[in-house]
Design a protein around this ligand. Structure first.
Ligand SMILES: NC(=O)c1ccc[n+]([C@@H]2O[C@H](COP(=O)([O-])OP(=O)(O)OC[C@H]3O[C@@H](n4cnc5c(N)ncnc54)[C@H](O)[C@@H]3O)[C@@H](O)[C@H]2O)c1
Length: 258
């Protein structure tokens, strides 16, 4: 049964959807299963095509569009938003800002170039995408923004991603709270999702021992499945979540309890 009963067909815009093992791809697939059209965005063109095929394999007949985009490129973001508006996709109902990169460098070893890139992808990207797509939501009379943060924003990082990632993902929480206040008058909700360790390929180069240590440190003794994070993004995009805004939704197996 679709979670959207009254709003009619809508499009879910999902960034970071171009990895078949990633949270963005699973989120797009779950949206399609719930009857949404999906606009997949990623910087990885090949991955994006595989993702579109992957969604259609699981949900034959789904309406799927792809847009190759670096979320840090302001002009390109505006062009993609215009292309989505001009397409035959239904009105945009939600923007899920999931694209992100890790930063395993220790604080004292982090170059300014790396710092700038980590903030650009993880924080400036959601800012740019939101500015570009929210006007379409206001016009369409329905809107949700769900931003990807991380438990790293809450506890400062540790085994893998470190301080610049923690700063970027903490910035996402401030962005979310500010947008939630300012966009409430339009009926648009803005929330953040803060996962703990999730079983994806984001930790490039991480060995089995590190992965086991990450799981062992979680009270529930396992990593999250990307599908579990996807379900939260979809729920926060649906009508049932209309009275929840500006909140950090922790989904971390108990690894940060506050
Ligand atoms: N996996 C985890 O343990 C975990 C935990 C907490 C938060 N997160 C966050 O979840 C999000 C998704 O991560 P994932 O684990 O699915 O990793 P992933 O590497 O599978 O997916 C990230 C996607 O973002 C894309 N991307 C990277 N830079 C981009 C850019 N500049 N423009 C457009 N797309 C870009 C990549 O190509 C990739 O497809 C990230 O924001 C990550 O920080 C992940």
């Amino acid at each position: 049964m679709s979670l959207n009963t009254g709003i009619g067909p809508r499009t879910a815009v999902v960034t970071g959807a171009g990895s078949l093992t990633g949270i963005g791809f699973h989120t797009a697939t779950r949206f399609a299963q719930e009857g949404w059209a999906v606009a997949l965005i990623d910087v990885n063109a090949g991955g994006l095509e595989q993702a579109a095929t992957g969604v259609l394999d699981q949900v034959p007949g789904a309406q799927v569009a792809t847009f190759v985009l670096d979320v840090t490129d302001a002009e390109a973001v505006a062009a993609v938003a215009a292309a989505v508006a001009a397409s035959d996709l239904p009105p945009v109902g939600t923007l899920c800002n999931i694209a992100g990169i890790p930063s395993p460098a220790a604080f004292l070893d982090t170059s300014l170039v790396e710092w700038d890139r980590v903030l650009a992808v993880n924080l400036t990207g959601p800012f740019l995408l939101s500015q570009a797509f929210v006007p379409q939501m206001i016009e369409g009379g329905y809107g949700r923004v769900v931003n990807m943060s991380s438990v790293t924003a809450q506890h400062g990082g540790g085994v893998f991603s470190k301080t610049s990632y923690a700063a970027a993902k903490a910035g996402v929480l401030g962005l979310t709270r500010g947008m939630a206040r300012e966009l409430a008058e339009h009926g648009i909700t803005v929330n953040a999702v803060a996962p703990g360790v999730v079983d994806t390929d984001i930790r490039v180069g991480s060995d089995e021992e590190t992965e086991r240590a990450l799981a062992a440190a979680v009270p529930l003794k396992r990593q999250a499945r990307p599908q579990e994070i996807a379900a939260l993004f979809v729920w926060l995009s649906c009508e049932d979540s209309a009275y929840i805004t500006g909140i950090t939704h922790s989904i971390n197996g108990g690894s940060y309890i506050a």
